[in-house]
Design a protein around this ligand. Structure first.
Ligand code: AMP
Ligand code: MG
Length: 488
């Protein structure tokens, strides 16, 4: 095995100690001529990687999968998943977990290469990834992180010097993905479907130890695990809804146990407010439309609960009853999170019974007048009416009076209310046409400066400056409807 010099790696291979049905030991397939095109210095720093990691080209070789850190036991994970409602055996078809890494503050992260070559789970795929989609994942995931939304992160992208064949020939690339873990609802579905009860138990114990250490001694620890995942997903999906993020492919293999957003294939931020908004080219029925995300979250959690049934109670009927009881909390949890998130977006600290009606009527007006989601809240935050049919309508002006009166019925000052709004309504999101512009410059012309500037703007999304305003302009009509593609 090739080794690398000390560069801050503090690795461990706890996943490799799980029963061996859960993975296949697998090295990345070496690539011809790797070149680092983007590196996340600030993430590297929090992980405790020193700048030595990039010396002598060795770090680049590691991020390309050509060299393996000493002591690592790379593996591809097995999992299953409901894709658009259909159950399939899946697994890391184009990714390899290099190892886990323990940071100086004792946090454990998976360091995974995506686009690292074929594995036993590749099915018909080539195991590779194209530069455009890997840079897109980098931009979207780092933007989500800066917005304060739990997510997997992006440490580096290298080009491989190899071409990959899609509809056209594209430059190949590998993304280094950093995640609290890569355990998914689909990992539990895999265990329930193809493992023994002992395997399922070991997976659940591992998930508890890694993500919910506080429930370790609970009476029914597996019920506590279910509760914990439901709580985290309710919180995560609320955060998506509040910024207009559309995941696009909420299959059960793309829903984590940790509560982090994962899989940035076809995701995009909504511009014009419409609950039925879908960007993904393959989502023809609108299953994963913006407005469906909470209910799909609930559906996926029901699949998680089903997988846990044998651990919840020895008696199947009792287990089902327990699971159903727990699942029924999801929509209430979501609703409560959403209402408190909307209060913050509108600068409200106290609670009034009619608040939900106030929120709904604003959203209805945004829908009717085809208002931009982010810019509407930005406009209210800046207390400045923008151009557009919404702002000149009497209905909106009447709503605004109601809201202003409501804002006065609290102890906090208008300044405090404005500060709350600023920290709850992003001044900038990764707008689709801006992301495309950055990707085009990088992929077509090798010019990464457009992407660097976009990343800088996105790194501080709650800062209201002129520079941010420049990133808020809407796309020309010719750029619509915007379409995204997955599995690329
Ligand atoms: P996704 O749509 O990205 O969630 O991927 C679904 C499944 O397809 C996962 O098991 C991936 O590992 C696999 N997959 C996607 N693209 C490829 C590829 N190019 N080669 C092999 N497997 C792939
Ligand atoms: Mg996936």
């Amino acid at each position: 095995m090739l080794t690398i010099k000390k560069s801050g790696w503090n690795l461990d291979n706890s996943y490799a100690k799980l029963p061996n049905i859960f993975f296949t030991k697998q090295h990345p397939e070496p690539v011809r001529s790797p070149k680092l095109v983007i590196y996340n210095e600030s993430l590297a720093k929090t992980l405790g990687f020193t700048s030595e990691i990039l010396q002598d080209h060795e770090g680049v070789e590691v991020f390309a999968g050509n060299k393996i850190p000493e002591g690592a036991e790379p593996l591809a994970q097995a999992y299953a998943g409901h894709q658009f409602g259909h159950f399939n055996m899946l697994g890391d078809g184009r990714a390899v977990l290099i190892s886990e890494h323990i940071t100086p503050t004792d946090e454990r992260f998976d360091i995974q290469l995506k686009g690292s070559g074929r594995t036993p789970y590749s099915r018909g795929g080539d195991g590779r990834a194209a530069l455009g989609p890997m840079l897109r994942e980098y931009i979207m995931s780092e933007s989500m992180h800066a917005l304060g939304i739990p997510t997997t992160r992006s440490l580096a992208v290298v080009t491989t010097g190899e071409e990959i064949i899609r509809e056209t020939i594209l430059p190949g690339a590998i993304l280094t993905r950093v995640a609290a873990s890569h355990m998914r609802v689909g990992t539990f579905q895999f265990a329930a479907q193809w493992g023994e009860i002992e395997d399922l138990k070991k997976l659940a114990d591992y998930a508890i130890q890694r993500h919910f250490p506080d429930i370790d001694l609970d009476d029914n620890r597996y019920l506590s695990l279910l509760k914990g995942v439901i709580r985290r997903q309710a919180s995560l999906i609320t955060k998506w809804q509040l910024v207009g993020f559309i995941h696009g492919v909420m299959n059960t293999d793309n829903m984590t146990i940790s509560g982090e957003t994962i899989d940035y294939g076809p995701c995009a931020f909504m511009d014009t407010y419409d609950p039925m908004t879908v960007f993904s080219s393959i989502d023809r029925q609108g299953r994963y439309a913006y407005g469906n995300q909470p209910s799909i979250g609930g559906w996926n959690l029901a699949r998680f609960a089903e997988s846990l049934l044998p651990l919840l109670h020895g008696d199947q009927d009792k287990a089902v009853e327990i699971a159903q009881q727990e699942l029924s909390n999801f929509s209430e949890l979501f609703k409560a999170n959403w209402i408190s998130g909307m209060r913050a977006k509108l600068g409200l600290f106290n609670e009034e019974k009619e608040d939900e009606t106030l929120f709904e009527s604003l959203l209805n007006l945004m829908h009717t007048f085809k208002a931009d989601f982010t810019n509407t809240f930005r406009s209210l935050t800046m207390n400045k009416l923008l151009d557009g049919d919404l702002y000149s309508s009497t209905e909106f002006l009447q709503w605004k009076e109601l809201w202003e009166a409501r804002r006065k019925r609290q102890e906090e000052t208008i300044e405090e209310s404005e500060r709350l709004m600023q920290s709850s309504n992003p001044a900038v999101i990764p707008r689709n046409h801006r992301v495309e512009e950055a990707l085009e410059a990088a992929v077509e012309r090798g010019d990464f400066s457009v992407m660097e500037r976009l990343l800088t703007a996105l790194s501080n999304p709650y800062e209201y400056t002129q520079e941010k305003a420049d990133y808020c302009t809407l796309p020309p009509d010719s750029d619509r409807p915007y379409r995204t593609y997955c599995g690329t």
